[in-house]
Design a protein around this ligand. Structure first.
Ligand SMILES: C[S@@+](CC[C@H](N)C(=O)[O-])C[C@H]1O[C@@H](n2cnc3c(N)ncnc32)[C@H](O)[C@@H]1O
Length: 378
């Protein structure tokens, strides 16, 4: 099947950008969601893509070379992605094996938790090949079990929200071992596919600055605070199930002096008076798109200004944004204007980003989705 695209789409594809939007389609045949099509510009083949007439992103490139999209094709791609992560095995038993477009498999996410795999399918194209992809994963990795988690994002492609076992047995409570730290996670009910694997490297970098008193805001399972292993750590988290995970993880890692506050961080900051020498702010994506950016910036400013008030001189502040709409430059601008209100200087100690099992491909700007910065106040 041939889908004709506009000049602007053609120019982006030439730089290996992998998406074609609805308004960049000139002519398409009657397609079912997820059909494999040839993208054509001025009668010339440009790429092979999954096509979905229901989605705003109408075509997602699978390959720029004319080839058969069959089991062998997926097997090669999956093998490459697995090989690329070999080095991580010495640090952790849990990491992302396949990261969608950044591993040239648009809409496929596979996370490894020891002998278990948790997968997430976000495009109709991958959904059509799910059966053979599961066969390949079993063949290459021999897992004990495969669980599928699919949230609301699937609805954009006409797919239903889903949570199901696909193969073998799944242990819902699983212990992640990462740089000798242990984290209990629930593979079925945990956020994302179970754990924030993308912050692994940052937990290590930022944790090394932990010293006397650490404040871990939006703590989830307590990763940053536990790595920091300070004389005293306060975790603030709104979700009750995440708070009970923090409690268990503190025990697993022999943290003795800590407090878990189940609260909205914004309300917590209104009242908090204690001071700290390491503060981590790792909120959920406040702005999922450009329109929500103004509100998100306001929220961020409040968080930084009020955290700086609680930060000792010579203390460290780590900021993370997991939304493409608030980028590293935004974080730096926010930090600068907040430091002026605080009357302090801020030194940039580290620029941070998602760990390498979540690849950032320069040709695919959206593949950089988690950015951060570690600052020192003086
Ligand atoms: C990006 S995750 C943090 C990940 C964590 N730092 C880690 O490395 O595993 C954001 C967390 O903030 C929590 N959260 C969301 N809104 C909140 C709020 N207003 N106050 C406190 N926690 C909140 C979520 O439940 C989630 O666990």
């Amino acid at each position: 099947m041939r889908v004709e695209i506009t000049k602007s789409a053609y120019e982006k594809l030439k730089k290996f950008f992998p998406w074609v939007y609805k308004n960049e389609i000139i002519k398409a045949p009657d397609c079912n969601p997820g059909d494999v099509v040839d993208l054509i510009y001025k009668n010339e083949y440009v790429a092979t893509a999954f096509f979905n007439p229901l989605s705003k992103i109408s075509a997602r490139v699978i390959t720029f070379e004319k080839t058969h999209i069959d089991k062998e094709f997926f097997k090669e791609r999956i093998k490459k992605a697995i090989k690329k992560r070999e080095n991580l095995k010495s640090i952790t038993n849990s990491y992302r094996l396949i990261h969608s477009e950044a591993d040239f498999l648009p809409g496929l996410i596979v996370d490894r938790y020891g002998d278990y795999l948790v997968i997430s399918v976000t495009t109709a194209g991958i959904e059509n090949f799910k059966g053979i992809i599961v066969e390949i994963l079993i063949d290459l990795l021999n897992p004990k079990g495969i669980y599928e988690k699919g949230d609301k994002i699937r609805e954009k492609e006409g797919l239903e929200v889903i949570s199901q076992k696909l193969y073998g047995e799944i242990e819902d409570e699983f212990v992640i071992i990462e740089n000798n730290k242990k984290f209990l996670t629930n593979l079925i009910t945990g956020q994302k596919t179970g754990f924030f694997l993308d912050q692994r490297k940052n937990r290590k970098i930022v944790g090394d600055y932990g010293n006397k008193k650490t404040l871990d805001l939006f703590a989830n399972a307590g990763g940053f605070g536990i790595y920091a292993n300070a004389n005293f750590t306060k975790f603030v988290e709104i979700s009750a199930s995440a708070c009970s995970l923090i409690e268990k993880n503190c025990e697993l890692n022999n943290l003795k002096n800590y407090e878990i506050v189940k609260s909205d961080v914004f309300k917590f900051l209104e009242k908090e008076k204690e001071t700290y020498d390491l503060i981590i702010i790792d909120p959920p994506a406040f702005a999922k798109n450009k329109n929500a950016k103004k509100g998100a910036l306001k929220g961020w400013k409040y968080l930084i200004v009020n955290s700086l008030k609680l930060l000792e001189k010579d203390g460290y502040l780590a900021l993370f944004s997991c939304s493409h709409s608030i980028n590293q430059k935004d974080l730096l601008d926010l930090a600068l204007s907040s430091s002026i209100i605080d009357g302090s200087y801020l030194e940039v100690v580290e620029f941070l980003k998602q760990d390498i099992d979540h690849p950032y491909i320069l040709n695919i700007p959206n593949s950089l989705y988690l950015t951060g910065v570690l600052l020192r106040k003086f």
